[in-house]
Every structure is written in C-alpha cells, then in structure tokens.
Design a protein around this ligand. Structure first.
Ligand code: SAM
Ligand code: DTB
Ligand code: SF4
Length: 327
C-alpha cells in the first residue's frame, strides 16, 4: 500500500555522509510511488529547471586491457576482446569533440582500455586532448584506469574537469566481477583524483547478478564519500557476447528507476547519469528515470564500444519529457 506523503514536505536537500546500508535498502524497496515522490522533491529542489546534461563518449584506446572485468568487451581475458583497433590520435579526437559540441553536448568523455595510465607519448597525447576539449568550451572527462599523484596533477593542470573511475558494485559482490584490481585500489585512485582537485565521476552497474543488498552496498560506499562524487553514472549491464556475463537477462527497467531515485535522494547535488543500457529501455522507462532524478545521459550513437540510442531519438525523448537540455 502506498504511504501518504508527509505534509508539508520536509526539507529535502540534506547532505549526509553517514548512511547505513539498512536505511538505503529501505529506500530502494519503498513502494515505487513513494520512492519517486521523495526523489522528486530532492530533484526539484536541487535542479529546479530539470536541466539534463548531454555527455558524449569516445573510446580513444580500445581493447587489449589486462584487467578481467567480467562485463567488459575490452578485456584480454574475454573472447570479446576488441584489440586491433588503432589508438586514436589527438586531431581526430578533437574533430569528434567538435562534432559532439555541434550536436549539443556539454561534456566530452574519453576512454582508454588501460589498467593504469602509463607515462610517455600516449599520456602526452591524453593531455593534449584534454586541453583541446577544454579549449572548445566543453567539460572534459577521462576514464583510463588507475593513476599516480603526478599524473593526476598533470591532468588537473591540463584543465581536466572530471575523472571517471567506477566502483561498479558492492564491496561484497566485487570479487565475482573483477579479480585483477581490488576495491581498495579503486578507492585510492578516487582519493588521488580528489587530491588533485579534479571532480570525481564514480558509479556502477546493475544487472550483474547482484542482490538488492549489493545495490544498497554500492550506494552506501558512494554516499559516504565526503564530499560526494560530483557525478554518479548508473549503468545497466550491456551483456556483450564473449564476456562471462553474456547470458545474464536484462534488468527490469523499474530496478534502474529505483537505483536512480535512491542515488538522487542520497546524493542530492550530484549529477546522476543514466548511462549504459538505455537501448534496452523504452521511452517511458527513460522518462521515469528522468523523473526519478537522472540529470544527464550519454548522447551519441555509441558508448565506448557498444551502441546507444540515436541522437535524433534522444532529442525527441528529451522534448517529450519537457526537460531542458544543458549543463
Ligand atoms: N579502463 C578504465 C576503467 O575501467 O577504469 C576505463 C574504461 S571502463 C570501460 C569504464 C566503465 O564502463 C566501467 O567501469 C564500467 O562501469 C562501464 N562498463 C564497461 N562495460 C560495460 C558494460 N558491458 N555494461 C555496462 N557498463 C559497462
Ligand atoms: C560509465 O559509467 N559508463 C560509460 C562511461 N562511464 C565511460 C561507459 C559505458 C560502456 C558500456 C560498454 C561499452 O560501450 O563498451
Ligand atoms: Fe574494461 Fe576498464 Fe575493466 Fe579494462 S579496466 S577490462 S577497459 S572496464
């Protein structure tokens, strides 16, 4: 039975870093209408204009990665490995960034299938890409695995807006998904990014065989980071052939709505990104995610290696929802 909403509405923009898992689980499992109502109040207050940021993605270095992430088509451990695709150079990357800007993107995210950033020519090229993207007036985000303090400092100096490094799942479920890098190493990478003064983009994936408690566990770690990550991507698994997770069934779209709504309540000011897996969602489910507090989507026909809804379909979706586009 739906619970009557409290009247008058309680002040909703409370930023806490002491969430416990049972509280988060209770939110995730609320009757959907009540969860949405709470998330809506927070979202309205945090983002009164319902602005939705469009972020475009590009894989600069694709495949051949030493890590064994079970979801990833770029891992050398998976038969889906995509090595053999050439690493992109600075100019073609900036050409793609210009095209993304013309199409309406505010943020350009570049990915490298690396366990960690290595120094040398590819890192110098990464820095040039960051400077170039910033020079176009776009936010620049990089995702390239672990990094050192000095690499983080150089990325900050180049003007990097955000570094994406996901925790992916709960500490307890993590060992089922990745064995070549620890949860603690991920947290240390995030700390290095923070220390360098770069915004953190950190989230996870649902649909990898985790329990609802695992989902609460991931959100617990994220929401107890102080400060919260500025950006929280919520991905639904794209089950790619040749990965150990290829047979997993698609997540129920309403589970994604719940995850987005709970992230919104826990981290009121974060940008909650409705990320991979939108192709498995209908228009209405995506609009429910926007209502639940998602305020960014990946925009452009491809994610890193898999497909994403067409630009025109997304324009129609955002218009149908009546949200405003822009960061
Ligand atoms: N190699 C870097 C790393 O892992 O930190 C950066 C690239 S990695 C592809 C970026 C993120 O994409 C992963 O952390 C994961 O959350 C997400 N991702 C990768 N493959 C995915 C899939 N098949 N479905 C959903 N999300 C995926
Ligand atoms: C994130 O959390 N999701 C994006 C972005 N950060 C880099 C990547 C999704 C990748 C989906 C699988 C692929 O296209 O390879
Ligand atoms: Fe894929 Fe990144 Fe894992 Fe490498 S580290 S296998 S690119 S998710």
């Amino acid at each position: 039975m739906p619970v009557e909403p409290a009247e008058p509405a309680e002040p909703s923009l409370i930023t806490r870093h002491d969430w416990c898992r049972s509280e988060i689980l209770a939110l995730l499992e609320l009757p959907l209408v009540d969860l949405l109502w709470q998330a809506q109040q927070v979202h309205r207050e945090a983002n009164p204009g319902y602005h939705v940021q469009l972020a475009s993605l590009l894989s600069v270095k694709t495949g051949g990665c030493e890590e064994d992430c079970a979801y990833c088509p770029q891992s050398l451990h998976n038969s889906s490995d995509l090595s053999g695709r050439p690493e992109l150079e600075v100019e073609p990357v900036l050409a793609r960034a210009r095209t993304a800007k013309q199409a309406g993107a505010d943020r350009f995210c570049m990915g490298w299938a690396w366990r960690e950033i290595r120094d040398g020519a590819p890192f110098e090229a990464m820095l040039a890409m960051v400077r170039g993207v910033r020079g176009l007036g776009l936010e620049a985000c990089v995702t390239a695995g672990m990094l050192s303090d000095s690499q983080a400092a150089r990325l900050a100096e180049a003007g990097l807006s955000a570094y994406n490094h996901n925790l992916d799942t709960s500490p307890e479920h993590y060992g089922q998904i990745i064995t070549t890098r620890t949860y603690q190493e991920r947290l240390e990478t995030l700390q290095r990014v923070r220390t360098a003064g770069i915004s953190i983009c950190c989230g996870g994936i649902i649909g990898m065989g985790e329990t609802q408690t695992d989902r609460a566990g991931l959100l617990e770690v994220l929401a107890n980071l102080d400060p919260h990550p500025e950006s929280v991507p919520i991905n639904a698994l794209v089950a790619v052939e040749g990965t150990p997770l290829e047979e997993l069934p698609p997540v129920d779209p309403l589970e994604l709505v719940r995850m987005v709504a709970t992230a919104r309540i826990l981290m009121p000011s974060a940008r909650v990104r409705l990320s991979a897996g939108r192709e498995q969602l209908g228009r209405e489910a995506q609009i429910l995610c926007l209502l639940a507090g998602a305020d960014s989507i990946f925009y452009g026909d491809t994610l890193l290696t898999t497909s994403n809804p067409a630009v025109e379909a997304d324009r129609q979706l955002l218009a149908a929802a009546g949200v405003r586009v822009g960061g």
